[in-house]
Design a protein around this ligand. Structure first.
Ligand SMILES: Nc1ncnc2c1ncn2[C@@H]1O[C@H](COP(=O)(O)OP(=O)(O)OP(=O)(O)O)[C@@H](O)[C@H]1O
Length: 572
């Protein structure tokens, strides 16, 4: 279908080749605009050997950009292919860390990523003043006065840790060549600080960098982008500060909000919401204090923004309520989703027991749930690898990374093959998640894992831990199925249930945002807080019909505030 940009989109796409700061409302076509801007910049650079980069924050966004850009440029004659579309972290890994990071890290090998499940990480714990904490939870940020701050972010709590303890652990880990996701950013920055020539070379190679979802730029990414800008790269940002929902991971939208003032970028706005009908755009405007306009006209079926009370003591029953909404309004299950703030609610609605078991058992349990409930065999594979690695005796530090990244090493290849076989066969390999965890699933799991370990020992140089079975206990396993399949298929219907974070970036015809009292309160108070922004992301996913589910115990002032934001009471 032919694409006709709006005047606002046109200004961004065709603007001169300077730095841009594009503040975009939900559903304003950031994807279509950013991709066309990328093409315009590439065209204007002609045959220059340098690259134009379009960076984003999720693999899904990157895949969409790549696909749309390929379609757009397939028949453009003579266009240079020198564009790079990647996640911000993959960009840092590929161009800084992998090739140059070892020197700054003091490592004698190519740096590799660890995910936290590797047994050797036990030797890298950090004392937070009370407990020794796992290094996978260590996060680094930079304050406004340019000092590093270290904290442990685990289970929604953030505990500051002493600089000395943190940097000792970071350096010790770096010396073996390992980095976590968080520390990858830190070492990319250190590498550029220590090697200014590399920074100059990068800026020459990438004279134009466009960052999508720029509300997710955290403090370390911000400093890295500033460094590239000071070395000569033109940085452009596109995003929506009201959708910054990764404060927990150190991104609160401030880099995007402050960008114009600090960078001299030209400011643009995309204010036409092409996703949601008027009533929903009105709610979003009242929540965020914005002035977006709606473009879509509603169809025949019932539309608008409503609130509906549910019994918070029996959250599962809200599925039935939502089904009734869909049925009376003429919508199908596959057009709808229930969005919740956190995993526990999702678990209650989908029948998934979360965090079952401890040690290796927990990884195998997660693998079974991923494979059998979500059909996500990629994630199931990674969990199984983590479970197996914990049962090996002193495996090489990079082994997990080699297995999951399809590296060529002989041990990695053999283990990969054996784990896939284990995973595919629920009769002889990983038992089904629908079995009762303690009395059925675990008794089958143990001998099968033992067989797997024997096969690994036969095919590789790896050996199992002599105490391996202590890591495969029944501790913390309930005597209920890991995944309540029956519950899901009868009571649950096929309505999608997900966290708000998962649905970010999507358009969904009917959304029920199942809010707890505190979520509803945060939503009506606006987007200054992260909780408010999470509510905003939830409500702005809806195209035609938005239902705000509130607990039956919600107090009158909250209901008045909800009505003040444009929600009407649902009447069937
Ligand atoms: N000029 C246009 N003409 C027709 N359709 C458009 C135009 N611009 C955007 N759209 C459509 O509007 C919809 C919303 O766009 P998109 O999903 O890119 O929004 P977004 O800005 O990324 O939103 P969010 O940040 O809320 O996720 C898409 O279906 C897109 O194709």
């Amino acid at each position: 279908m032919a694409f006709f940009p709006t005047p606002e989109q046109e200004e961004v796409i065709e603007g001169e080749l300077g730095s841009q700061c594009v503040i975009a409302c939900p559903g304003s076509g950031k994807t279509v605009t950013a991709v066309r801007r990328l093409l315009k910049v590439r065209r204007d650079l002609g045959t220059a050997r340098s690259y134009v980069a379009l960076l984003s924050y999720s693999n899904v966004a990157v895949e969409t950009f790549q696909r749309v850009y390929d379609e757009l440029t397939r028949d453009v004659p003579g266009l240079s292919r020198r564009v790079l579309i990647e996640t911000v972290d993959s960009f840092l890994t590929a161009y800084i860390l992998r090739s140059h990071g070892a020197r700054a890290m003091g490592a004698r090998r190519q740096p590799f990523l660890v995910n936290g499940s590797e047994a050797f990480l036990a030797g890298f714990r950090i004392f937070d003043g009370k407990y020794p904490r796992e290094i996978r939870y260590l996060s680094v940020s930079i304050t406004d006065d340019s000092t590093f701050e270290y904290s442990i972010r685990q289970d929604s709590t953030v505990v500051k840790v002493d600089e000395k303890a943190a940097s000792a652990a970071i350096k010790k880990l770096a010396a073996v060549g390992a980095y976590t996701h968080e520390l990858g950013r830190y070492w990319a920055l250190m590498t550029l600080i220590e090697e200014p020539k590399l920074l100059d070379a990068l800026a020459r190679r990438f004279p134009h960098i466009i960052v999508d979802e720029a509300q997710d730029v955290g403090s370390l990414h911000g400093i890295l982008l500033d460094a590239l800008a000071s070395a000569g790269s033109t940085i452009s940002l596109i995003g929506d500060p009201n959708q910054a929902i990764y404060e927990f991971a150190g991104a609160d939208g401030s880099f995007l909000r402050n960008f114009k003032g600090t960078s001299g970028a030209k400011l643009y706005s995309l204010t036409q919401n092409r996703r949601s009908i008027g009533g929903i755009v009105d709610v979003a405007n009242l929540v965020a204090g914005t002035t977006a306009t709606a473009v879509r006209t509603p169809g025949e079926r019932r539309y608008g923004a409503y609130y509906l009370k549910y019994d918070h003591k029996n959250v599962g029953a809200s599925l039935g309520l939502f089904e009734a909404v869909l049925a009376t309004s003429g919508y199908d299950h596959h057009e709808a989703a229930i969005l919740c703030r956190g995993r526990p609610y999702v678990a209650k609605l989908t029948g998934a027991t979360c965090d079952a078991g401890t040690g290796s058992t927990e990884y195998f349990a997660q693998a079974a749930v991923m494979r059998d409930r979500s059909g996500n065999v990629g994630a199931a594979f990674e969990h199984t690898v983590s479970g197996v690695i914990r049962l090996l005796d002193a495996p090489p530090a990079g082994l997990r990374s080699e297995i999951v990244t399809n590296a060529e090493g002989a041990d990695a290849k053999a283990i990969r093959r054996l784990i896939w076989r284990f995973l595919r066969d629920s009769d002889r390999g990983l038992p089904s998640a629908t079995l009762k965890a303690k009395t059925q699933w675990h008794p089958k799991l143990k001998p099968r894992v033992e067989n797997l370990l024997s096969s690994i020992e036969g095919a590789t140089s790896q050996k199992r831990l002599s105490s391996w079975s202590n890591n495969l206990t029944t501790r913390d396993l309930l005597d209920a199925p890991l995944w309540e399949a029956d519950l899901a298929s009868t009571a649950m219907s096929s309505v999608r249930v997900d966290t708000v974070h998962k649905a970010k970036g999507e358009s969904i015809r009917v959304v029920m945002y199942l809010a707890r009292n505190e979520d509803a309160n945060a939503l009506v108070q606006g987007t200054d807080t992260e909780d408010g922004r999470i509510g905003y992301v939830a409500v702005t996913r809806a195209k035609d019909l938005l239902i705000l589910g509130i607990p039956a115990t919600a107090k009158a002032p909250v209901i008045t505030a909800i009505e003040g934001k444009g929600f009407k009471a649902w009447e069937s």
